[in-house]
Design a protein around this ligand. Structure first.
Ligand code: NAP
Length: 479
């Protein structure tokens, strides 16, 4: 029998109870795994290591490439970063896979509808890159960075995952109707790459409608690929459809490293009580077994959990309430007793090995000629739009650029529009070359110098054409 070595992080709070439950069941099913126990999270923060992830843990993950992990507390008042996010970023686990499937005996308004879909969430880009600036004391900015490379990776994983699980349809959920460049990048990439997977139906859906349809007709979905923040929200919505966090497993997949963990956190108020539902982490560990090629053992355990739930004899309190509940340990003992039995509740899926897309480690530079034709200079000012506009017109008079317009919070406010737009003290002033000629860096510096003598400029964006594609959006109301 093949032996696997897996890095095992028990986790904080209820972590040890749920991860050890999964480990015990895997061992009872006869899978040959050597667990390399490593630390991360609260205990490490308390030792004074700001990252929450010690070198030994990092080295173990690098060696073994597969991790079963419990939840880690995000420090409040000590330490700095979330150890979870650190792990995801260190190992570029760019795909977060969250299956949502109806379980037997779990009371929900959707019982009997056969909910069975997977959210494939981009895991490292988007607003979660955490690049933030205070533009003025009253205006905060977060950069939403979406890259072609990141989109290609996540879209390919979604299609490959669909193939591995014998699924037929992939939806791509975006807000491309509003964020045409960033969310639009995922939509465009999805449309390009879906052509390489003709056996799978590919459909774009606007993310807000996706949320609406998930509540109305969740059974219509098979695989949903989406950006980081959309995926975070949709997957929690999905967990709610099938009975809550006790039933929401997950995997973080990278090029060659995979971290398996439940969606839920350390639920500190239940720590040490032996009452928590370990199903989410058990199903995360089944994803791990399939990733390791242990399909038979994964199916055996899956069936045993379903039988245990169907029997309704030993269930945790989130399913049957405190009065009728049994302990986490008793639930696991029952699952172990049921190894070898089969349930008719889920149709057994024809799982195949997941082919992670081959991604070059080289940076991806999308080539296109570029031409800068202007700049948006963001100015902090207490002037009115008209006062600022007149001042800038004077300052750039006799130069190759002209003030095209000023916008405030994305809405054109100068030349005056007569609307009652609410304004703040951060103005985006669009200067463009008079004849659409190239705006040189030298001229940009001269203009900044000149404007900076009269106004507090906070940052600027170049207005660029890439080939014949415009690389900037218009403000609301701009012609
Ligand atoms: P949480 O630990 O997920 O718990 C929130 C609630 O969800 C619990 O109070 C409980 O609801 C329910 N719940 C969670 N796990 C359950 C399970 N296995 N079975 C049944 N019900 C379950 O979220 P939190 O309280 O916001 O976060 C606590 C800590 O965990 C924080 O430090 C947070 O940063 C961290 N966290 C870590 C991860 C991770 O490691 N990946 C993920 C999320 C959060 P009831 O109260 O209704 O019983």
């Amino acid at each position: 029998m093949r032996k696997h070595i897996v890095t095992f992080i028990a986790g904080d709070g209820v972590g040890p109870e749920v991860t050890n439950a999964a480990r015990r069941i895997i061992e009872a099913a006869g899978v040959n795994i050597e667990w390399e126990e490593c630390l991360a999270g609260a205990v490490v923060f308390k030792q004074g290591l700001a990252s929450g992830v010690p070198e030994e843990t990092i080295n173990s993950i690098k060696r073994n490439r597969v991790v079963l992990k419990g939840p880690l507390e995000t420090p409040v008042g000590y330490g700095e970063k979330s150890a979870n996010v650190t792990l995801r970023k260190l190992f570029e686990t760019y795909a977060n896979i969250r299956p949502i499937r109806e379980f037997p005996s779990v009371p929900t308004p959707y019982q009997g509808r056969g909910i069975d879909f997977v959210i494939v969430r981009e895991n490292v880009e988007d607003l979660y890159a955490g690049i933030e600036y205070m533009q003025t004391p009253g205006t905060a900015q977060t950069l939403k960075l979406i890259t072609r490379k990141g989109c290609e990776k996540i879209v390919r994983v979604a299609f490959e995952f669909a193939l591995a699980e014998g699924r037929k349809k992939v939806h791509c959920a975006t807000k491309a109707n509003i964020m045409k460049f960033s969310e639009g990048m995922l939509k465009q990439t999805f449309e390009d790459i879906s052509k390489e997977y003709p056996s799978i139906e590919a459909q774009h859906i606007i993310v807000d409608n996706c949320a609406h349809q998930l509540v109305k007709i969740p059974e219509m979905f098979d695989v949903i690929v989406t950006t980081n923040m959309n995926g975070d929200i949709l997957s929690d919505l999905g967990s709610g459809l099938i009975g809550g966090l006790g039933f929401a497993p997950g995997a973080n997949l990278g090029n060659d490293i995979a971290i398996f963990e439940a969606v839920h956190g350390s639920a500190p108020k239940y720590a040490g009580q032996n009452t928590i539902n370990p199903t989410a982490v058990i199903f995360s560990s089944l994803m791990m077994l399939r990733y390791l090629g242990e399909f038979e053992a994964a199916n055996t355990i899956e069936q045993a959990v379903l039988v245990t739930l169907q029997e309704r004899r030993t269930l945790t309190k989130d399913v049957v309430g405190k009065q009728n509940a049994t302990s986490t340990t008793a639930y696991c003992d029952e699952i172990i007793k049921n190894l070898g039995k089969s349930s008719n509740f889920w149709k057994l899926r024809d799982y195949k090995p997941l082919q992670m897309p081959l991604i070059s480690r080289e940076p991806m530079f999308v080539k296109a000629t570029s031409k800068v034709v202007g700049m948006d200079i963001f100015i902090q000012s207490n002037l009115t739009a008209e006062e600022l506009g007149k001042s800038l017109e004077q300052l750039v008079f006799n130069s190759p650029v002209q003030l095209k317009m000023i916008s405030n919070r994305g809405v054109k406010v100068y030349p005056l529009t007569g609307t009652s737009t609410d304004v703040v003290d951060l103005w985006s002033c669009r200067l463009m070359t008079k004849d659409q000629s190239e705006l040189s860096d030298h001229l940009i510096c001269t203009l900044i110098g000149k404007i900076g003598r009269s106004h507090a400029w906070m940052h600027l964006e170049k207005l660029t054409y890439f080939g014949d594609r415009i690389g900037f959006t218009k403000a609301q109301g701009e012609d």
